[in-house]
Design a protein around this ligand. Structure first.
Ligand code: SDX
Length: 435
């Protein structure tokens, strides 16, 4: 491979065996690694590219979020996550992700009012809950419920209409918490609550989760503040598996509710958003700081498929900046709520042991966003099965931001990867009697 003399504007690939070359344009973003546009590679050379897991493949151009995995940098529309965590709110971050700029007071007030006035579910929608067993996993319920939203807005799904696209984004950000809380209450046999418009986004969600008709809910304001910060940290993360799923489904012209339902399904996996639930179960299984080294040894053993959940990341080869913020806030939130959770000690000892171990150091495996978040959710009385639902509530802002960006791209095409075929070559059918 050689670079031509026009200063990185293209790269020449040469297939010396075939005696041919192809000049590939370099696509350089505002930040990040330069990429090779391989659109004409197959046509001019007969080669596909092969990159299982898409470790070095850009699927799209996007202005929403930037990650530098080596430096541990995360920017939402150019704003460092550390600054947004300190100074912003989840709803303001949702506005930023959707619109590309921070809102002024008037814009935020209008956005907040619109989201607040779309939080209710259609009454018929609640009957869906009764179709689920009470012990159904809330992610299973959420995935089904969000996908069925299309049935309630079938006359408002003209994707060529920017206003209908915008409204779908608002509805999803507004309704996912209401539906998520309803799924939880179904699982414990409590009546579904109606959202209260006089509350902020996170306080409203906690009321939807925990308020009972028989007495007023006493909420410590620390809880809503902690939840708001967790939602900011989970709101978006570039082309992760669930966001890439939303984009792939969106590329077929499917409605936004189907796209987000697909994103929820992808997020559920323990290698992705399901890790926060798996971390807590892992910490409970370890049980005590004295058994941490056994867990670390098991995670290193290639004959054991055990992994330290909440550790490692496809992109971050440094500390996940979100994990650093969550670790610090865990101590503060537990102290302010007066919660003493022995699992925090186990988590800290586990992190300390892993970060001193060559296996993790060599592979640049650090705690990720899921490692500490479950300890905070537990302190907020969120049940473990709801942890990934919490992730989905926050990530809905990122999913709809990417969906809108994709839908607004006039050059958008259906996503359709190729493959390396390893099956049988062509052969003739053999009648049953002769097999
Ligand atoms: C999220 O992409 C995103 O942005 C995701 C996310 C977002 O905000 O959307 O950040 C959210 O999904 C965070 C990740 C949550 N998942 C977990 O915590 C599950 C545990 N971690 C992993 O399974 C793993 O680290 C992944 C899935 C996160 C990343 O997988 P990769 O990039 O495919 O890495 P790999 O599986 O190829 O691992 C590389 C090496 C392997 O060892 P070797 O083959 O080199 O000997 O590291 C080892 C792995 O065995 N390894 C681990 C490990 N993670 C990787 N070994 C022990 N414990 C682990 N957690």
């Amino acid at each position: 491979m050689s670079q031509n003399d026009n200063g990185h504007k293209s790269v020449v690939l040469t297939d010396s065996a075939a005696g041919r070359s192809v000049e590939l344009p370099v696509v350089q973003g505002t930040l990040g690694a330069p990429t090779l546009n391989i659109g004409k590679l197959y046509k001019e050379t007969g080669y596909f590219t092969f990159d299982p897991g898409f470790t070095a493949t850009a699927s799209c151009q996007s202005a929403v979020t930037y990650i530098d995995g080596d430096e541990g940098v995360l920017l939402y529309r150019g704003y460092p996550i550390e600054q947004l965590a300190k100074q912003s709110s989840f709803l303001e971050v949702a506005y930023l992700l959707l619109n590309g700029e921070l809102p002024n007071a008037k814009q935020f007030q209008a956005f907040d009012h619109e989201v607040t006035h779309h939080t209710m579910m259609h009454e018929a929608f609640k009957s869906f809950l009764h179709g689920f067993r009470h012990d159904a996993h809330p992610m299973a319920m959420l995935c089904g419920m969000i996908g069925s939203l299309a049935a309630f807005y079938h006359d408002d799904l003209d994707l060529d209409d920017p206003e209908q696209r915008r409204m779908a984004a608002i509805r999803l950000i507004a309704k996912v918490p209401t539906i998520a809380a309803a799924c939880y209450r179904h699982s414990i046999g409590w009546p579904v609550r109606y959202p209260r418009n006089n509350l902020d986004y996170c306080t409203r969600f906690l009321h939807l989760m925990f308020e009972v008709p028989s007495e007023p809910l006493e909420l410590n304001p620390v809880a809503a503040k902690a939840l708001d910060l967790l939602f900011i940290l989970h709101a978006d993360h570039e082309q992760n598996a669930s966001t890439s799923t939303v984009r792939l489904v969106g590329s077929t012209g499917a409605n936004p509710y189907a796209c987000v339902a697909a994103g929820i399904a992808a997020l559920w996996g323990p290698a992705h958003g399901g890790a926060n639930e798996a971390v807590l179960k892992m910490l409970e299984e370890i049980g005590d700081a004295s058994r941490v080294q056994t867990a670390v040894d098991r995670a290193k053993d290639k004959n054991d498929d055990y992994r330290l959940m909440g550790f490692g990341h496809r992109v971050y080869k440094n500390f996940d900046p979100r994990a650093t913020i969550i670790r610090e806030m865990t101590h503060e939130v537990l102290r302010e709520l007066g919660v003493n959770d022995p699992l925090l000690e186990v988590a800290m000892k586990l992190e300390e042991a892993a970060l001193k171990d060559d296996y993790f150091v060599e592979r640049k495996l650090y705690p990720n966003v899921d490692f500490y978040s479950g300890i905070i959710y537990k302190a907020l009385n969120i049940p473990t099965e709801m942890f990934t639902v919490m992730f989905a509530i926050a990530r809905t802002a990122g999913w709809v931001a990417h969906w809108l960006e994709q839908q607004n791209d006039p050059a958008g095409r259906i996503g359709r990867p190729r493959q390396v075929y390893t099956g049988a070559a062509s052969r003739d059918y053999v009648p049953m009697a002769k097999r």
